[in-house]
Design a protein around this ligand. Structure first.
Ligand code: SF4
Length: 364
């Protein structure tokens, strides 16, 4: 266990003695055994892994914006943007490029280095790709890193987005393979894997996680974590969402997940995917400050930040800043190389400012 160190602002607290190879062969019983550890022992182990790869006092902050909301033909049981559920979410068309650019300029002025565009689609139509590609090119031309979440992609769509300058693509596994059919009926688990494969093959970074508290068992939560950790490459970011129950969706009324079980999920994600950003995503608004603090102690090092997370609420920025101050946390800086390209701060380089990511609905 690395020693706890006092540090000055800006001092890097990563443990330099950390270079265990990443594993992609986690077995279900190993994941279950981790989930079943005594709570404080699990947090102790996760905290050790966390500081081997990151400064544990730094949290990446991201902001989420939908560029095309609602009216989705899919039937994801948790989602208020599915057209078939009556949730009060109005469908919008894809925003005009100039409007997206205005948001991107605002984000940059606020210190953003990354801008993610998301749309509530099952998958983009080929005719949508040039419009999204134009947004990506123009956002990139502002000097921002680009990110998108648009639903399922074909190989040639992924290639076209990459060619336009897309850096990151978000596509969640949602839940365990064996529980998938309980939540979503309009696509298969394999469809998710196929899109992630196209994204990787195109040379883009992946953001991929899931949702817990949908009525799945611990074994099924282990199944989600195992599926994420046995992907050919660990996702660069792993958003762990806690179900936000929205009236009108099939999962409204689901028994709430024990908060400690949520923290356990975060801790095991940190242990299985030690170099990934583990992100507290949807559901954070309803978490107490104490629960969020436990999640940070368990290895979460990324949050969504802003007034709205897609169509559900998110803690306002003042509360987040106050919580950071109370916990002695600070926004993670983004590294910039000599050519001005930003990358993950953990890979070194000069620091500039916090990343702000703007995503859509199924991204959370
Ligand atoms: S999660 Fe995404 S794909 Fe599923 S219904 Fe919502 S917007 Fe559509």
């Amino acid at each position: 266990m690395p020693a706890v160190r006092n540090h000055a602002p800006g001092q890097d607290l990563r443990d330099p003695a950390s270079s265990a190879p990443l594993r992609h062969d986690w077995r279900r019983e190993e994941v279950l055994a981790l989930l079943a550890l005594p709570f404080t022992e699990l947090l102790f182990r996760a905290a050790g892994v966390h500081r081997q790869h990151f400064d544990p006092t730094e949290v990446q902050v991201s902001t989420l914006l939908s560029v095309k909301t609602g009216g989705c033909p899919e039937d994801c049981g948790y989602c208020p943007q599915a057209a078939r559920y009556h949730t009060g979410v109005d469908a919008t068309k894809l925003m005009a490029t100039e409007d997206v650019l205005e948001k991107a300029r605002q984000a940059k002025a606020a210190g953003a280095s990354r801008f993610c565009m998301g749309a509530a689609w099952r998958s983009p139509k080929d005719r949508d790709i040039p419009k999204v590609a134009a947004m990506i090119r123009e956002v990139k031309a502002l000097g921002l890193e680009t990110c998108a979440t648009l639903g399922m992609l074909s190989g040639h769509q992924a290639d076209a987005l990459k060619a336009a300058g897309l850096d990151y693509y978000n596509h969640n596994l949602d839940t365990a393979p064996e529980f998938y059919g309980e939540v979503i009926h309009t696509r298969e688990f394999q469809d998710r894997l196929d899109t992630l494969s196209h994204v990787r093959d195109a040379g883009m970074k992946t953001c991929c996680g899931g949702i817990v508290g949908m009525g799945e068992s611990r074994e099924q939560r282990a199944g989600l974590l195992q599926a994420l950790a046995t992907l050919p490459a660990h996702p660069d970011s792993v958003p762990i969402n806690r179900l936000v129950q929205v009236e009108g969706t099939p999962l409204a009324g689901t028994a709430e997940l024990d908060p400690f079980e949520f923290v356990r999920t975060i801790a095991v994600a940190r242990i299985l995917m030690p170099r990934s950003m583990v992100r507290l995503s949807a559901g954070r608004e309803s978490m107490s400050d104490e629960l969020q603090a436990l999640c940070f102690a368990a290895g979460a090092n990324s949050i969504f930040y802003g007034e709205k997370l897609l169509t559900t609420g998110n803690p306002d920025t003042e509360r987040d800043l106050a919580l950071f101050a109370r916990l002695g946390l600070r926004p993670m800086a983004v590294a910039v190389d000599a050519a001005g390209h930003d990358g993950d701060a953990r890979h070194g380089g000069a620091t500039v400012h916090a990343a702000i990511t703007v995503l859509p609905a199924h991204a959370a």
